[in-house]
Design a protein around this ligand. Structure first.
Ligand code: ADP
Length: 537
């Protein structure tokens, strides 16, 4: 067989030749819509490649982006890897010291920044000396109070750049992108994706039983392009020839629902919080979301009640996926197999509430503390390990530390899971979030899932506190659906008693109602903050 490189420029070339008329739609900061075709997009990517070269960008250089989901950002997704450089998508919601540490760790040479976000980079520009130049992208946001220096304008660079094509990504194993973990359980760590891994991940995620994408899809990634490459959707969309709708900074409530309705979006993706907030809005305001049929939800556990509500009220399938920055991210997708279609609706919901089946290309196993493989019986839980062509084999800049990898080449995810005999994986916890009470493990995820089934509870989080008698004890935090309808601790405990043993039930004094749960920059519940609050009580 021919040895053709699986690289990002080949996705671009095919997209421009085969779907020249297809559209990329972006909502800008002022709410206006920018629309152009794959042909226009490709022409600008080529000019951007030449502009990067004129700025002295060499293969292997790290080029940072600090931006919303927009066409500018998408152009960088293709141009940077196509000149052989590495796209580092910086998390815009990270605390400024972590942001600076990440930029210094990556040693970014240039940073492309949306005008509306320039202030946040200006405040740390003195502490990131590696950055030689900032490039401002006009997202029609308010003019920044200060701008990181020195800086140039994106459109000025493009206007003088030639249109000659010269791709420099022949080596499919060279690095294309650099993403850092969001740091839910520790310091962010960098993961390098190769051209080959990005390409294979895009192919794997497009498959019918994965995301099920095609040229007929209209894809709106709510998941930010600064978080695990928006789950690979900017590459998967152009690989299939789909219409891509980029929401910019408008990712909640009315603006999101409006964009979905007017662009007739069929497919979307984001963390559970996005969909919890959207359904609250939809309950009070009418939007025509009849074209929306699939929403991929991952990043943290998807409550079964939310799957049920979206299906019943809007005929939308919320499909749970599991993944990590280290797995590019797609590892498993939860779809009900044909053989299970005769189960009743509630049983099918339970299956959809699991994290699902490994996608083609990814292998999973669960192991005990000594590394021995455990059975797939749906009951025995163990450390989840994965391997595959889009799973990391080391952390960026830390190749000597192989503690996250087994001797036989698997990645230790840090998640604890069961796998059923039919292959459905279910996360029971992250190792760091498990609660050890009287020597037995309690799953915080299982408790959370049970608590959010209460009709008046919007969100819940469970963490542990130290307890003289039990070692650790579970503490439940709830956010009310309606602040005027309080939920008594006793009601929560009654609900838990239906499915948990007595020793697993929290004390009434360990059930707290709070206004909002602390979230990380990518919208996950930040249990570090909750634990800290508990310790300071
Ligand atoms: P961080 O590790 O900093 O949170 P990632 O975004 O890489 O950054 O998060 C990966 C982790 O998110 C997984 O290890 C897992 O604990 C959690 N996760 C992802 N998807 C799911 C899911 N569907 N259900 C439960 N947990 C999930």
């Amino acid at each position: 067989m021919m040895d053709c490189a699986l690289n990002i420029s080949s996705i671009l070339r095919r997209a421009a030749r085969v779907y020249p008329e297809q559209q990329i739609v972006s909502r800008l900061n002022d709410g206006s819509i920018h629309r152009y075709t794959y042909t226009d997009f490709c022409g600008r990517v080529i000019r951007l490649m030449n502009a990067l070269r004129q700025l002295g960008v060499e293969p292997g250089d790290r080029i940072g982006t600090f931006a919303w989901n927009s066409y500018h950002h998408l152009e960088l997704y293709y141009a940077v890897p196509a000149v052989g450089a590495i796209l580092h998508t910086i998390n815009i919601r990270q605390f400024s010291d972590i942001r600076a540490a990440t930029i210094n760790h990556a040693q970014d040479k240039l940073i492309f920044v949306d005008r509306s976000l320039a202030n946040s980079l200006a405040e740390i520009s003195d502490s990131i000396p590696c950055v030689q130049l900032f490039v401002a992208m006009d997202d029609l946001g308010p003019a920044p109070e200060s701008t990181p220096q020195p800086f140039v304008q994106y459109e000025e660079l493009l206007s003088t750049a030639p249109e000659t094509t010269c791709f420099a990504d022949d080596d499919e194993r060279s690095a294309a992108c650099l993403c850092y973990t969001s740091g839910t359980t520790g310091e962010p760590k960098g993961v390098l994706y190769s051209h080959r891994s990005v390409y294979l991940h895009a192919m794997g995620s497009c498959m019918a039983d994965s995301f099920g994408l095609s040229e007929r899809s209209v894809i709106l990634p709510v998941v930010p392009m600064f978080h695990v490459n928006a789950w690979g959707l900017p590459y998967a969309a152009l690989l299939t020839g789909a219409r891509l709708v980029l929401p910019g900074s408008h990712t909640v409530g009315r603006p999101l629902a409006d964009l979905m309705a007017t662009e007739k979006v069929t497919f979307s993706a984001g963390v559970p919080t996005v969909w919890t907030l959207l359904i609250q809005h939809l309950r009070q305001h009418h939007h025509d979301l009849s074209s929306l049929n699939t929403v991929i939800v991952g990043g943290s556990a998807l409550p079964v009640s939310l799957i049920k509500d979206y299906k019943r009220d809007y005929d939308v399938d919320l499909i749970q996926v599991w993944g990590m920055t280290e797995t590019s991210p797609i590892g498993t997708v939860s779809r009900v197999k044909t053989g299970l279609a005769s189960l009743d609706a509630d049983q099918q919901l339970q299956i959809r509430g699991t994290q699902g089946l490994p996608v083609p290309g990814v292998e999973i196993r669960i192991c005990d503390d000594d590394g021995f493989e455990l059975p797939w019986d749906g009951e025995t839980s163990g450390d989840l390990q994965v391997r595959g062509p889009w799973v990391a084999s080391s952390y960026y800049g830390e190749t000597a530390d192989q503690s996250a990898f087994t001797n036989d080449g698997w990645f230790k995810t840090g998640d604890v899971a069961t796998v059923s005999h039919l292959g459905y994986m279910q996360i029971t916890d992250r190792q760091k979030d498990l609660i050890k009470s009287r020597g037995e493990w309690i799953s915080s995820v299982a408790l959370e899932n049970a608590v959010v089934a209460h009709p008046d509870v919007l969100e819940a989080a469970v963490v542990s506190r130290l307890d003289d008698l039990r070692g650790e004890a579970p503490v439940v935090f709830i956010v009310l659906r309606d602040p005027g309808t309080p939920v008594k601790p006793g009601d929560v405990l009654d609900l838990l008693r239906q499915s948990f043993e007595r020793w697993q039930i929290p004390r009434p004094s360990d059930v707290h109602t709070i206004e909002a749960l602390p979230k990380t920059g990518v919208g996950k519940i930040d249990k570090k903050v909750l634990r800290r609050q508990l310790r300071s009580k």
